[in-house]
Design a protein around this ligand. Structure first.
Ligand code: FEO
Length: 396
């Protein structure tokens, strides 16, 4: 087994789930990693954990570097089971280790795994001397759970950022400058959109706190995906934009159609938007990945959502998307709603209602009966063009 060093005395001992394709509804075509690190100093610390199915793999990697009984600290930056599932196995082997976490983290660990660990509770400003290096702790509640914190290793200048700045991406190379930067940023954006979008305020606050740390961060080591060392400025700038809700002149058109009528409206709306030279992302739901759609929505100023009417409401996959969006609470967007129906409507009203609950302003709605007439299609084209002009006048 190879040892994977990321800095002097710091090793990668995480799990790499190359075949993971669904992370609680997040489509992960490039797999998922559960990053964990061991710091070899006078005192030995393990940072972050792995999903339970990778507990043995983590232990094997650690044992390749140090006997687990010699571990002094297990730092649990975040208790979500993708990072703590292996904790009972690790703690059993590292029988002299103290589990270091926030007070909220301790409560969650006991709820999940029972009261079987020795704890050391840390708060903002606390630190642990490891010898040559010192670990500092900074709780960041709700980035991503109430227990969340980040740890900074003074000496090696590594910020262990847990979920923040992560991506669902497996690679045989650990660092940003060893991978395709565009791909890493693309996956980081997808991760932010699908996991952190509703927590923009907390993320913005966390960025300020991290910037105020009296240290220079040379490496950002998240708990998922690639480690940042050459493009830290790029990912910080992206997080600043995403958490501030910065949008661009773009419209995401997403719909489902029963017999092609709603699709005709979608195409006419798209032509109208394009006629104003505004970029479009166009998705029919039954052939598209919701995780990708949400990534596109994160920075788009406009959304157009359409559905045929079924049972006086929307088609099921439109309902799933709307429900997901309601939880993600995207900010700073405007919408157009469209749909078709036979004898009784319902889809358009349902989408309007769900978007209102999501906090998205509906600028226009258009509805056609059975199959859109030429007049309906002309109206859709005109609405698309009008919507695009609104986008151009309000994008920031
Ligand atoms: Fe990667 Fe919030 O867990």
């Amino acid at each position: 087994m190879i040892k994977r060093q990321i800095a002097q005395s710091v090793y990668f001992v995480g799990g790499v789930d190359w075949n993971m394709r669904d992370f609680h509804g997040f489509c992960t075509p490039k797999g998922v990693t559960y990053n964990s690190y061991v710091i070899m100093d006078e005192k030995i610390a393990v940072i972050d954990g792995v999903k339970c199915t990778f507990a043995d793999e983590q232990l094997e990697k650690i044992s390749n570097i140090v006997e687990p009984e010699k571990i002094d600290y297990i730092i649990v930056n975040h208790v979500e089971p993708d990072h703590s599932g292996g904790l009972p196995v690790l703690a059993r082997a590292a029988k002299n280790a103290v589990v270091v976490c926030t007070a909220q983290g301790k409560a969650e660990i006991i709820q999940y795994y029972g009261d079987q660990f020795n704890f050391k509770i840390v708060k903002a400003g606390d630190s642990i001397d490891l010898g040559k290096n010192k670990l500092h702790f900074l709780p960041l509640p709700m980035v991503h759970w109430p227990d969340s914190m980040v740890s900074f290793l003074e000496g090696a200048d590594i910020l262990f950022s847990n979920d923040a700045f992560g991506q669902h991406l497996c690679s045989s190379k650990l660092f940003d400058d060893e991978n395709d930067l565009e791909e890493v940023l693309f996956e980081a954006e997808k991760y932010y959109a699908n996991i952190l979008m509703p927590l923009g305020k907390q993320v913005a606050g966390a960025l300020v706190k991290v910037a105020q740390l009296p240290f220079t961060v040379k490496i950002v080591a998240p708990s998922h995906g690639i480690i940042w060392r050459s493009h830290i400025g790029a990912i910080l700038a992206k997080y600043a934009e995403w958490s501030a809700g910065v949008t661009n002149e773009r419209v995401v058109i997403v719909y489902e159609t029963m017999w092609g009528s709603t699709e005709q409206l979608a195409r006419a709306l798209m032509d109208g938007v394009i006629s104003e030279n505004v970029k479009v992302n166009y998705y029919r739901l039954n052939t598209s990945d919701r995780t990708e759609i949400v990534r596109d929505i994160l920075t788009a100023k406009g959304i157009m959502i359409g559905s045929s009417t079924m049972h006086n409401g929307v088609l099921p996959n439109v309902g799933t998307l709307l429900y997901h969006l309601k939880g993600l609470r995207p900010v700073g967007k405007i919408a157009t709603v469209f749909g078709t129906h036979g004898w009784a409507g319902g889809a358009v009203k349902e989408i309007e209602k769900m978007l209102a609950e999501t906090g998205i302003e509906v600028k226009h709605s258009i509805s056609a009966k059975w199959s859109p007439s030429d007049a309906d299609l002309q109206q859709a084209f005109d609405l698309g063009a009008e919507f695009a002009r609104s986008i151009k006048s309000t994008s920031k």
